[in-house]
Every structure is written in structure tokens, then in C-alpha cells.
Design a protein around this ligand. Structure first.
Ligand code: SAM
Length: 276
């Protein structure tokens, strides 16, 4: 069986029943839905991660967990398409990235099993992916394997543990309504220092960690809320598994908690880079 994306490819709900607490992550995260949900923030992060990873003309780079291509777009802008490779376990996202970026080598693969020879790349980047890896240690060690000595590995993950992710307010409200809710704060890389520890374990040197910040203006509450109903990622799956009354309650509490529209939502991601 090929790789599966917890983020984008639908698995059977535990016990075959969609549970609000332990909802499986839905496949409704097709490219357009992703763009409207998380892509609106990840496009803002991409140039910052590329700067932090010191992506520069002439390099050959790999985008691990490319999704529908937010970071790939930035890499192609800086390099040539034929110098960029990208992988994602989701066939849907791979198809979207291929379609958007002819000339980029886009493959269905997970970080834990990269289909490239040792020392292929000058830079290997993973934007908002480490916390979705089935085995982040293995994923990082594969990223190191395919990079040349002296090359840069860089990754970032939203600050879910510090409550500064774009989804933090959503998860805070969800937890207020259901204290058992499983948010994303315990995931690998989602707290300060986590990525540094993973990078050390992967044998990288000269490791540096920083915070990347973005902010996005939402013209209306519905502009913010509606993408949560598209079933994308853990928050979308959680919302989709609620019944109509629970969903209306969640929506209402989010609206009461957010500032009046238009409002600007700042968000922060932890980013680490290291040298092989
Ligand atoms: C939040 S999205 C980030 C997508 C893109 N990098 C961006 O910044 O918009 C997480 C991505 O990680 C992918 N993913 C999940 N598990 C993965 C794994 N083990 N290896 C590589 N990618 C994975 C998902 O399919 C999804 O596309």
C-alpha cells in the first residue's frame, strides 16, 4: 500500500463511527479547500521559511509534504522549476502541485521514505509537516540522508502549544465546549525547542530555531469560519464530525470570542534549520 496522508486522505473513523472527540482526518482537503483553509496562512509563511533556509539561486531543493504547493510556489519563484522537487503522501495534493508547477518533479511519497538517492539536494524543507509525520524522527533522518554535506534542512510548525497558531482560538473554544477534545498542541514540533531536539537527534549541526510570524486580515467572521466547514485537517474533521447543534454552538462561541470584523489574526510558527 502506498503512503497515506493523515492530513488529506480519509481513513475510516475509529470503530466506523464519526466521533467528535476522535474524528478521523478527512479527505475533503482537496487543493482548493486547503487553499481556503490553511493555504491562506501557509503562503505567507513560505517566503519566510525559504529565507530562513537560505534558499538561493542555483540550488536543488526538496519540498517535503508540499500539499497543494504553497512552499513549492515560492521555491519555483526563487529557483528554476527543474531544480525543485516535491513530495506528499496525498495523491490529490500531488496532482494539484504538478498541475500548478509543470517542470517540478512532484511525487507521491512520505518523509519517512523519500524516493531519492543520498546527497541529492542542497536544501530540504518541510513547512507545517513535521507534526503530521507518522514518525518525525525517521522523517527528519530521511531528510538528512537526501541532503549533501553542508546543505540545509529547515522545517516549521505552528506554535500550537503556545496558543499562537492560526487555529488556536478554534481549539480553545472547542475545548471550552468539550474538555476532552484532542487538539494539535501535543504534536511533534508544536512547542518551542521541539524542532531543535528533533534536528539534534537527526545528527544536524549549527542548529538555529526562530519564530516566524504572519498576520492575515479577515474581512468578516464567515470568511474566517467557513473554511473550517470544508473538512480540511484535524480542525476540519473535528467540525465535520459534530452534529448541527454542536456545530452551531461552536460557530457562535468562536464569533463571540473573536474581535468584531474586520480583524487581523496574527500567528506564529517555530522554525528550525540545521546543516548536514
Ligand atoms: C498543513 S499541510 C502543509 C502543506 C504545505 N507544506 C503548506 O505549507 O501549505 C501538511 C501536509 O503534510 C502532508 N503529510 C502528512 N504526513 C506526511 C508525511 N509523513 N510525510 C510527508 N508529508 C506528510 C499532508 O498530506 C499535507 O499535505
Amino acid at each position: 500500500m502506498g503512503p497515506r496522508s493523515e492530513y488529506a486522505d480519509k481513513g475510516a473513523p475509529p470503530g466506523g463511527v464519526a466521533s467528535a472527540r476522535f474524528a478521523s482526518v478527512s479527505f475533503l482537503g482537496a487543493a482548493d479547500a486547503y487553499d481556503r483553509f490553511m493555504g491562506r496562512y501557509s503562503v505567507l509563511l513560505a517566503p519566510q521559511l525559504a529565507d530562513f533556509a537560505r534558499v538561493a539561486s542555483g540550488q536543488r531543493v526538496l519540498d517535503v509534504g508540499c500539499g497543494p504547493g504553497a512552499l513549492t510556489t515560492e521555491l519555483v519563484r526563487r529557483l528554476r522549476a527543474d531544480l525543485v522537487s516535491a513530495v506528499d503522501p496525498s495523491e490529490t495534493f500531488v496532482a494539484a502541485t504538478r498541475d500548478r508547477h509543470p517542470g517540478v518533479d512532484v511525487r507521491v511519497a512520505s518523509a519517512e521514505q523519500l524516493p531519492f538517492a543520498d546527497k541529492t539536494f542542497d536544501g530540504v524543507l518541510a513547512q507545517l509537516v513535521v507534526h503530521f509525520m507518522a514518525d518525525p524522527r525517521e522523517g527528519l533522518s530521511e531528510m538528512v540522508r537526501v541532503i549533501r554535506p553542508g546543505g540545509v534542512v529547515a522545517a516549521c510548525v505552528w506554535d500550537h502549544a503556545g496558543g499562537q497558531a492560526p487555529l488556536s482560538l478554534f481549539w480553545d473554544v472547542a475545548r471550552e465546549l468539550d474538555p476532552e477534545v484532542e487538539d494539535e498542541s501535543q504534536r511533534a514540533g508544536a512547542r518551542e525547542g521541539d524542532l531543535t531536539r528533533l534536528f539534534h537527534a537527526a545528527g544536524l549541526r549549527e542548529i538555529e530555531e526562530t519564530a516566524l510570524t504572519v498576520s492575515l486580515e479577515h474581512p468578516s467572521f464567515d470568511d474566517w469560519w467557513e473554511p473550517f466547514t470544508l473538512g480540511v485537517g484535524p480542525a476540519g474533521s473535528y467540525t465535520a464530525a459534530l452534529d448541527a447543534t454542536q456545530q452551531a454552538q461552536l460557530r457562535e462561541r468562536c464569533q463571540e470570542t473573536l474581535p468584531a470584523a474586520p480583524f487581523v489574526l496574527p500567528a506564529q510558527a517555530w522554525a528550525a534549520r540545521g546543516i548536514r
